[in-house]
Design a protein around this ligand. Sequence first.
Ligand code: ADP
Length: 289
Amino acid sequence: MQLSIQQISKTYPNGVRALDQISLDIPAGMFGLLGPNGAGKSSLMRTMATLQFPDKGTIHFKGQDIFQDKIEYRKQLGYLPQDFGVYPKESASQLLDYFAILKGITSKKDRKIAVDRVLEITNLSDAKNKRVSTFSGGMRQRFGIAQLLLNQPKVMIVDEPTAGLDPAERTRFLNVLRRIGLENIVIFSTHLVEDVREICQDMAVINKGQLLTQIAPKEAVRQLEGNIWETTLPKEKQLAISNTLKALSTHYNDENELVTRVFASQRPSANFEAAPPKLEDYYFLTINQ
Ligand code: ADP
């Protein structure tokens, strides 16, 4: 089972080239689509969800062209947009029962089984009698996933699901996706490297509509081993040492000193200490290349 994207390009009527010859093969499991704001993530996700057509390129799922056979593909698809909006006063289980009717599950008994199943997967069983309008941001996101799961989709596309969630809600939400990703293709976009590091087997980084890399997060970190250094020297001094240094990020350490991380194949000077690589380093190197 694989979603295969070949040379997708899209220019909006206002002239913005949002996607520029993107090719990706996405297998079952958790796939993170990473990139800064405006990179083209939502455009790519809407295209993979058949909500907009590319100007050029093809997408195949299990060998079938998704645009040729949209109806069949959509039966196997769950798509959660960035903001899915309506938060009605009905309880979670009432609303899911209603969605199940719309999805053609006619037997009341079957609906109850389906609703209980999706509430359990999304960790909402305890909240099933609460009104959805009273849900927290994280519960709403999980409810969004619950209604998609009624279809038992094989491909789940979720646009920036962790934006605005507090750390506990974020972890809970990612764990729900992780469970779905055990058997299905789950693609989610984020600008948080943390999200991808924690749960994805595979990822792509896009910027300005272009694919910069597709790689396993573990492999990305491995590639940087021996090349990341930290210094507490002031920036002017680092620049004086070498103009070949690539500064990746800065943070304050426990002693309240400003620490700069750099990429270099050798220790730039005695003022630099070797540091274990992080996925963030790889991301900054990739988008600034
Ligand atoms: P991301 O999800 O990574 O933030 P988007 O796919 O939303 O990126 O946007 C990529 C680029 O396309 C941005 O420059 C954005 O302003 C532009 N864009 C997105 N949607 C539209 C649209 N419907 N019409 C015109 N421009 C758009």
